[in-house]
Design a protein around this ligand. Structure first.
Ligand code: ATP
Length: 234
């Protein structure tokens, strides 16, 4: 579904990505893990056309989308939930979800998807008429994911959904991400929380200072000595 080949991105003299390659097959959940500054967000931004690839190619469903405008990429059944959530604090939960459906006009489909999202995140249903800004961090992350799902993406890309959340909330959130995947969505999960990400991912890549240094199934990486030492606290 998504293939990144030898991608290079620079910010002025800073080489943020030094030729990374990875694949996300349709129907799988793939994670890209790495510490702060490894280049994870830059990778997502390049896929979405928010930063320019200096070299390399990005293919979505076989089509070369490298350096295409963001709106063209988003209209190809992909959605990104950015780091830091960025929901609309002054809109209600319901209105925030509707924003995600702005390109659709199939009223009954929108209603059906809204019900689906409420079944995934019952707390959003309870808080339907509350302003987004009054939600807890975990609830805002759920809302951001729900909003992205309202655009009916086939590929959902999540940038550090666990950021700033308590471990118990991360656990709950990742169970829901797995459920979304089980219901047919392809997921690219960018994470610093290696344990949580590798626990639900079928395949993972480890990014260090702009290079992929390791890859394997989620299980393989969870038991890999290097990964354990560097990312799983020994
Ligand atoms: P984080 O966990 O902080 O999001 P990351 O793995 O997503 O980390 P990136 O944000 O992709 O890392 O950053 C990769 C490298 O590029 C870092 O060295 C960072 O300092 C640099 N960088 C990122 N954005 C910019 C920018 N707008 N201008 C200059 N350098 C940048």
């Amino acid at each position: 579904m998504l293939e990144v080949r030898d991608l290079h991105v620079n910010y002025g003299a800073i080489r943020a990505l030094k030729g990374i390659s990875f694949k996300v097959e349709k129907g799988t959940i793939v994670t890209l893990i790495g510490s702060n500054g490894a280049g994870k967000t830059t990778t997502l931004k390049a896929i979405c056309g928010l930063v320019k690839a200096r070299a390399g190619n990005i293919f979505l469903n076989g089509e070369n989308i490298t350096n295409k405008p963001t709106n063209e990429i988003v209209s190809r059944k992909t959605a990104m939930v950015p780091e830091g959530r960025r929901i609309f604090p002054n809109l209600t939960v319901y209105e925030n979800l509707l924003v995600g459906a702005y390109q659709r006009n199939d009223k009954s489909g929108i209603k059906k998807d809204m019900e689906w999202i409420f079944s995934l995140f019952p707390v959003l249903k309870e808080r339907m008429n509350q302003k987004g800004g009054t939600l807890s961090g975990g609830e805002q992350q759920m809302l951001a994911i729900g909003r992205a799902l309202m655009s009916q993406p086939e590929l959902l890309m999540l940038d550090e959904p666990s950021l700033g959340l308590a471990p118990i909330i991360v656990e709950e959130l990742f169970e829901i991400i797995q459920k979304i995947h089980n219901e047919g969505k392809t997921i690219l999960l960018i994470e610093q929380n290696a344990y949580a990400a590798l626990s639900i991912a079928e395949y993972g890549y480890v990014l260090e200072t702009g290079r992929i240094v390791l890859q394997g199934t989620g299980k393989e990486l969870l038991t890999n000595e290097e990964v354990k030492r560097a990312y799983l606290g020994g």
